[in-house]
Design a binder for this molecule. Structure first.
Ligand SMILES: *Cc1c(COP(=O)(O)O)cnc(C)c1O
Length: 367
């Protein structure tokens, strides 16, 4: 038995009939952009998240870029302002900031959750700080009343990078509705995955929503009337139709991910391996990734490969060590660097069978 890290074909085949019907309907409708499918999905996503507004966009990076660009257009931020962001994140969170001429200010994560350490944020706040971008990394919520108070005290926007945590909840509030605005990715491998690129923004802020809607469509609300120097970042009708089908099943799928994570935590017993912590409130994690840590990461990965278990590394090089951010290469973020050296992601997906889960456990335990 060989276990793929993620079998997108099987994940989507679970909804084959419904998805094919909706794609065919869209095909036959003759309307492929900014139509009823997108409107429908936006309404259903906003309702699911509990947000006032949802705007479909082309991908997750654009969702985050457009939020910040929206704040710039509304005069709430300006070029040169600073946004605090975890040093341990997928590079897209940081690209969204620097792409807008804003300055990413990196903060170390907490080794227990891999998420930004809320206690290390206040030290980073200056006169130029206008926002905190939190990233619910690997599917786990990072939020607290202390963070909310800090944002209020310094008048900072909280922007959620919710690419990995759709469906997660904190105190009964869904991620995507915790801060001022949130970016979602529906990249095929995300918990809610399209059949290509797709993304969305949610927010309670009508002005921001309005600005983003125009910015994503050439800066225009009305055809050929341009109020911003916008971009083209629209969600396709076909992708919206597919997402609307899959949104119905996201809670069920996240629940299966939780079951698998619990099996792993309960049954993986190997002193060389540090397991992720199960949060006390199960709803705070949707297990986009199940990430373990070991000093022998490369050896463990090789051993798993040889024994038919495919794994991936999220992520092998931290953003501050990337050539793309040369100026930061000499900065030191020891916790972030340790994480990048030691992490390994085991297969976790809603279609994995109990036998497959058992096999992964056995192979890790034998290492
Ligand atoms: C996937 C991802 C993004 C970017 O989403 P795309 O749809 O690929 O552009 C941003 N942030 C995080 C944390 C992600 O995992």
């Amino acid at each position: 038995m060989s276990i793929k890290f993620l079998d997108l074909q099987q994940i989507n085949l679970a909804y084959q009939q419904e998805i094919e019907e909706r794609i065919l309907q869209t095909f036959r409708s003759g309307w492929y952009l900014l139509g009823n499918e997108v409107k429908n999905f936006e309404t259903n996503l906003a309702q699911y998240i509990g947000a006032k507004h949802a705007i479909g966009v082309a991908n997750g990076l654009d969702a985050l870029r457009l939020i910040l660009r929206g704040y710039i257009e509304l005069g709430i931020m300006q070029k040169g302002d600073e946004i605090i962001v975890p040093a341990n994140t997928y590079i897209a969170s940081i690209l969204a900031i620097s792409d807008n001429g804003l300055i990413p200010v990196l903060a170390e994560p907490d080794l227990d959750t891999y998420n930004i350490d809320i206690h290390k944020i206040e030290d980073k706040i200056t006169d130029k700080t206008k926002g905190i971008m939190i990233v619910h990394l690997y599917g786990q919520v990072v939020f607290s009343d202390a963070l909310k108070s800090l944002a209020q005290k310094y008048n900072l926007k909280i922007i959620e990078d919710n690419a990995q945590a759709i469906g997660a909840e904190w105190n009964g509030i869904k991620t995507g509705n915790l801060g001022d605005a949130a970016g979602f990715s529906f990249y095929p491998g995300k918990n809610l995955g399209a059949l290509g690129d797709a993304g969305a923004v949610t927010t309670h802020d009508a002005e921001l929503a309005n600005a983003i809607r125009a910015l994503a469509n050439y800066g225009s609300h009305k055809k050929y009337v341009n109020i911003y120097q916008g971009l083209n970042s629209r969600l396709d009708e076909i992708q919206a139709a597919v997402l609307d089908v899959k949104l119905q099943y996201i809670d069920k799928e996240n629940q299966r991910r939780r079951e698998i994570a619990e099996q792993y935590v309960k049954n993986i017993k190997n002193d060389a391996v540090t397991l992720p912590n199960l949060p006390q409130n199960k709803k705070e994690h949707v297990w986009h990734l199940f990430v373990i840590r070991t000093e022998n990461r490369d050896k463990l990965q090789q051993y798993l490969t040889e024994n038919g278990v495919q794994t991936l590394i999220h992520y092998p090089i931290p953003p501050h060590k990337q050539e793309a951010y040369k100026d930061w290469n000499d900065l030191s973020f020891p916790i972030t660097e340790k994480i990048h050296k030691e992490v390994l992601s085991l297969p976790i997906s809603p279609i994995m069978s109990d036998e497959e889960v058992k096999k992964v456990i056995e192979v890790v335990n034998q290492f």
